[in-house]
Design a binder for this molecule. Structure first.
Ligand code: NAD
Ligand code: LMR
Length: 328
């Protein structure tokens, strides 16, 4: 075991996603099987006792890679020297609530966390925001961390990506490994656009292998509204699949995308594909040398353009709302 330990801070550690996430981080699935992990768990005071219980269970797993667990309700302490920040803690959407309803409540959480990251995180810090509305929460945190390169703040759309991959695999009777170059564009919300016009199955464009009616009337709404469907069925928002997607996102960011494929992540726009610069929007991305890069040069037809624009318009609206609240 020669690699330097990586400090991982998880906010909302005592929540549902936290419980599904921490054991996988500690077992080496976030970074890799030979990187020791130091865990920092951030909770609100009411969550500390439950976090302590989870820490007892982590101890009881005797994970060879897990070097330490610190629990705190102080953001500065939690992010001091952190290499990976998983910003999960937020108020989950209940039945009938739209993500926009959460902006004000959650905005207050991500400002102090951004400030704490700015103040003390490691130089190579990478931040993934999971707590909803994830894209705009990431924007808030980033706005309060002016000394951290903007591209280190990302928002999770990997869950949507994974959901889309499975829907296509099931439809075409193939495995998820056969579905490549899928893209989630825009916001992690019901306006997101899962794009099959560049996705490939068996080396051929996926959109050409399915009926247009399935694509427009079944596939897109199923993926875009999957979060609400899970809340409806479980009475609670997705947790294990969300934790899995967070693991995938960071693992890909650190270890890279395979040759001939890409993934989806919410990253700060550089103006590509007409997405206003600075918005944290989902794009087709590759990862190499620890950096995400937007896949360039894709042709966007009218069908896709309309849907990308609608989701980006929602992101602009969310940004304008948090601007008015003085959060960015
Ligand atoms: P949960 O209610 O089970 O847990 C949230 C935890 O966060 C609680 O333990 C709470 O005490 C804690 N918390 C609240 N404010 C905090 C703060 N300021 N600092 C530290 N901890 C704080 O919720 P959950 O099911 O784990 O979901 C967490 C978030 O993830 C929600 O916003 C949910 O909507 C979102 N989510 C996002 C995706 C995605 O794909 N981006 C998927 C699923 C869920
Ligand atoms: C999800 O996509 O499952 C989460 O973002 C929960 C939600 O509110 O939809």
């Amino acid at each position: 075991m020669t690699k330097a330990p990586v400090t991982v801070t998880v906010t909302g550690a005592a929540g549902q996603i936290g419980y599904a996430l921490l054991f996988r981080i500690a077992s080496g699935q976030l970074i890799g099987p030979d990187t020791p992990i130091k865990l920092r768990l951030l909770e609100i005071p009411q969550g500390l006792k439950a976090a302590e219980g989870t820490a007892m269970e982590l101890d009881d797993c005797a994970f060879p890679l897990l070097q330490s667990i610190d629990i705190t309700d102080d953001a500065r302490t939690a992010f001091d020297g952190t290499n990976v920040g998983l910003l999960v803690g937020a108020r989950p959407r209940g039945q009938g609530m739209e993500r926009g309803d959460l902006l004000e409540a959650n905005g207050g959480i991500f400002k102090p966390q951004g400030e704490a990251i700015n103040a003390g995180a490691a130089d190579d810090v990478r931040v993934l925001v999971v707590g909803n509305p994830a894209n705009t929460n990431a924007l808030i945190a980033q706005a309060h961390a002016p000394d951290v390169p903007a591209e280190r703040f990302t928002a999770m759309t990997r869950l949507d990506h994974n959901r889309a991959q499975t829907q296509v695999a099931k439809k075409l009777g193939v495995t998820v490994n056969d579905v490549k170059k899928l893209t989630i564009w825009g916001n992690h919300s019901a306006t997101q656009y899962p794009d099959l016009f560049h996705a490939e199955v068996g080396g051929k464009i996926a959109a050409e292998q399915v009926e247009q009616s399935w694509l427009a009337d079944e596939f897109i709404p199923t993926v875009a509204k999957r979060g609400a469907a899970i809340i409806e069925a479980r009475g609670a928002s997705s947790a294990a699949s969300a934790a899995n997607a967070a693991i995938d996102h960071v693992h890909t960011w650190v270890n890279g995308t395979p040759e001939g494929d890409w993934t989806s992540a919410g990253i700060p726009s550089d103006g590509s594909y007409g997405v206003p610069e600075g918005l944290i929007s989902s794009f087709p991305v590759t990862a190499k040398d620890g950096k995400f890069e937007i896949v360039q040069g894709l042709e966007i037809d009218e069908f896709s353009r309309e849907r990308i624009d609608a989701s980006v318009a929602e992101l602009v609206e969310e940004r304008d709302t948090v601007r008015k609240l003085g959060l960015v």
